[in-house]
Ligand binder design. Sequence first.
Ligand SMILES: NC(=O)c1ccc[n+]([C@@H]2O[C@H](COP(=O)([O-])OP(=O)(O)OC[C@H]3O[C@@H](n4cnc5c(N)ncnc54)[C@H](OP(=O)(O)O)[C@@H]3O)[C@@H](O)[C@H]2O)c1
Length: 296
Amino acid sequence: MSTQTAGTIAVFGATGQQGGAVVDALLDRQARVRALVRDPRSDRARALAARGVELAAIRTDDPASLAAALATVEALSFMTPEANSLEQVEAEIRIGTALVDAAAEAGVPHVVFNSVSGADRESGVPHHDSKHSIEKHLRSSGLRVSMVRATAFMENFTSVMAPSLEHGEIVLRLPLPEDAALKMISVHDIGRVTAALLLDTAEAPGVVVELVGDELTGPQIAAAFGARAGLPARYEALALSVLPNDLDKTMFREFAKAAENPSDLATVRQIEPATLDLAEWIRATGWTAPTNAAGS
Ligand SMILES: NC(=O)c1ccc[n+]([C@@H]2O[C@H](COP(=O)([O-])OP(=O)(O)OC[C@H]3O[C@@H](n4cnc5c(N)ncnc54)[C@H](OP(=O)(O)O)[C@@H]3O)[C@@H](O)[C@H]2O)c1
């Protein structure tokens, strides 16, 4: 894989899922990486350093620390932290805005923002509208920018959205109507596409790429896991009330309207041809049916 950008790439969120995948993909391509971390002594930060990543200690409320970290970099990759409350949404906007302002001040040549699918409009989902406003701030910054808009992480199927094994059957339950298709992408592919843009080996058409590797209804997702396990599978649509907070309720209400915003699965594969669909992700991760479920 070629690398056109030879300078250092700054990555914010490098100790997390998306930023970690961006670092992996950049290191695969022999790029120089500087991770902007709040605690260089954390285990995850030390693990990055052990792989040759330079660490820059930053605080997002300390512009001088950001200015020092962004000096002389060729590009910046950033995401914004998970928000589960309106206060955290405010913090997310503050962090994103601080990073954009610091990048503009430092004259960073290219900034790639790991945003979210649907951030082109105000949807009423607070932690998506936050990314819409960060995108707007980025566009008005005068910087060269690219937005990679992630859909649901396939990795959620190993945690909050994991199927269970019940009486010899794979069962998937989500608060999503049976006929609504869920857009999804693997975190690995988020990293690969983001790295390609950062290194200028690909361009986002119109500066935006929706990161979608597959788009499947609940019954289709259950069937994909069932096929891998060699077991029958079924899907149960749950009520939104099972969700722990109002933010996620508004988000799943929006997911149910997916048919209004069909995805183009080809664009992301023009950048990263090996982008995984769900069946490929299930195989690639070595997923096996859970063994400790009641009644199994
Ligand atoms: N889950 C999904 O399906 C999905 C889909 C689309 C979009 N998203 C969006 O993805 C984002 C979360 O991404 P992720 O899963 O990659 O996050 P993550 O794994 O939770 O990682 C968060 C990263 O941000 C850093 N961080 C958090 N607060 C910070 C602060 N105040 N100053 C400096 N660094 C800070 C963390 O550093 P430390 O190591 O210091 O904690 C960590 O590196 C959210 O905005 C979410 O809305 C999620």
